[in-house]
Design a protein around this ligand. Structure first.
Ligand code: NAI
Length: 464
């Protein structure tokens, strides 16, 4: 029986390792984390993260070949393969603050492996890291281990997207496995290839050198975010000219050289990865003395900030240049639909701007708790404090409650339940102040139908 340990029971470690246990019943998978509350939740009926299809997988294998524990050392000792799936946030202070990835969690986990391992291990870098991080991990492992134990390092970046994690993991476009180009490296690589090919066709399991694999993850995220910033830049031109961004995206997306995905204009991208990984690439470019390359990628993030600000300005401008004491219903707080994750959500920036304008914000999100919303809005850097948030923000139990008495409704997250066929917009209109405004930040609503009801509608990338 192969024993796998995954260090880090987060959005990546939890689902990706649970899927291995689900697909390979003869592989023992133990997911460990230092966060007791998170592990308790993984062992309970209410999992710590929301992801369609995840419960079914976890509940069917938990206690059989899938285990969640805080006993990191024992799991390391027992494992043949160890995934390191810890967080790699942007550094908040010191060298590279605001840009470089904070590798402290990677280093702690790596040192722990070196300290407690009693047999040879394959250590797999699953977290998103700057190119050549595996070299540092190798140095730490080799310096701290004895001569009878061998550590081989693989890079196996994760491409799952929150909200579709389970289908991304069960039917991935590709899996990347990078290794040192040595006989030992290839042998380690084969062990992981043998696991993935149990359910993924061989041709989708791509092997390459370590550094290409590490850089490919940053490159993929940078290219995806760049598409969003490109269509968002075009949305500003659409609003000023009368062109319709959905039509432009369709026209471009049907060109087979371009393709349709990630061409949806919006209030801006969020999530824990895009901004962090691009900034990481920017920092890497600067360190490599490539300022033009750094500036090129940086502009993707700058455009995203501009889009969020532009949308807020449009709200304020349309509401007769003032939102002071006006009730604004904000529908959706997660960074995208089908997840409860709010990291870097555009809604946070929007709320921060609207609070500065003294608006009263009524927020509803189907999967984000009031506690989480308040925590996000009082984070350092958001520019507000607990007292202001308590005064200006109300978290509601339904879209109807948020909209009652509101001057404007703002769609921030594209949840299906906000679509025209799911919410009764006539009922919402009747309960709002008049004129009743809708700002569609996700292009999910039918403008003409809403206008028929009586709404004034403002949509990203459309001038009417
Ligand atoms: P997360 O913050 O949800 O989970 C990381 C977990 O690691 C936390 O629960 C933390 O307590 C734990 N941890 C940190 N240090 C530890 C240690 N020394 N020992 C044991 N546990 C430790 O982070 P998430 O979202 O799962 O991301 C993990 C990595 O995967 C990051 O590098 C991220 O960039 C990357 N990634 C994330 C994706 C996403 O959609 N969230 C997608 C693809 C990659």
């Amino acid at each position: 029986m192969v024993n796998i340990c995954c260090i880090g029971a987060g959005y990546v470690g939890g689902p990706s390792s649970a899927v291995i246990a689900y697909q390979c019943h003869d592989v023992n998978v133990t997911i460990v984390d230092l966060n007791q509350a998170r592990i308790d939740a993984w062992n309970s009926d209410k999992l710590p993260i929301y992801e369609p299809g995840l419960e079914e997988i976890v509940f069917s294998r938990r206690g059989k070949n899938l285990f969640f524990s805080t006993d990191v050392d024992q799991a390391i000792i027992d494992a043949d393969l160890i995934f390191v799936s810890v967080n790699t946030p942007t550094k908040k202070s010191g060298m590279g603050a605001g840009m470089a990835a904070d590798l402290a969690y990677i280093e702690t986990a790596t040192r722990r492996i070196a300290q407690v391992a009693t047999t040879s291990k394959v250590v797999i870098e699953k977290s998103t890291v700057p190119c050549r991080t595996a070299q540092s991990m190798r140095t730490i492992l080799e310096a701290n281990s004895n001569k009878d134990i061998r550590f081989d390092i693989l890079s196996n970046p994760e491409f799952l997207a929150e909200g579709t994690a389970i289908s991304d993991l069960t039917k991935p476009d590709r899996v990347l496995i990078g290794c040192l180009q040595t006989p030992e490296g290839f042998a380690a690589q084969k062990k992981l290839v043998d696991i993935y090919t149990r359910w993924i066709p061989q041709e989708r399991v791509i092997t390459m050198n370590l550094w290409s694999s590490e850089l490919s993850k940053l490159a993929a995220n940078a290219l995806l975010a760049q598409r969003i910033s490109s269509i968002n830049a075009l949305s500003a031109i659409c609003e000023a000219t009368g062109a319709d961004v959905d039509e432009v995206a369709y026209a471009c997306g049907t060109d087979s050289r371009i393709g349709p995905k990630f061409l949806k204009a919006s209030v801006g991208f969020g999530g824990s990865c895009f901004q962090k990984d691009i900034l990481n690439l920017v920092y890497l470019s600067e360190q490599l003395f490539l300022p033009e390359v750094a500036a090129y990628w940086k502009s993707v993030v700058t455009m995203n900030e501009y889009q969020k600000m532009r949308f807020t300005h449009r709200i304020v401008r349309t509401l007769f240049n003032t939102v002071t004491h006006k009730r604004i219903a904000l529908l959706g707080f997660a960074f995208k639909k089908d997840t409860g994750d709010t990291r870097e959500s555009a809604a946070i920036t929007l709320c921060s701007y609207l609070i500065q304008e003294h608006a009263h914000i009524a927020i509803y999100d189907p999967k984000v708790s009031a506690k989480q919303i308040k925590m996000d809005l009082t984070e350092p850097g958001v520019g507000t404090n607990e007292e202001t948030v308590d005064k200006h923000v109300e978290v509601c139990e339904s879209a109807y409650e948020a909209c009652a008495g509101a001057d404007a409704l703002v769609i921030c997250t594209e949840w299906d339940e906000f679509k025209m066929n799911q919410l009764d917009y006539q009922k919402i209109f009747d309960s709002m102040q008049k004129p009743a405004f809708i700002f569609d930040g996700r292009l999910i609503l039918d403008g003409p139908k809403l206008r028929e009801i009586g709404f004034r509608v403002e949509t990203i990338g459309k001038s009417v």
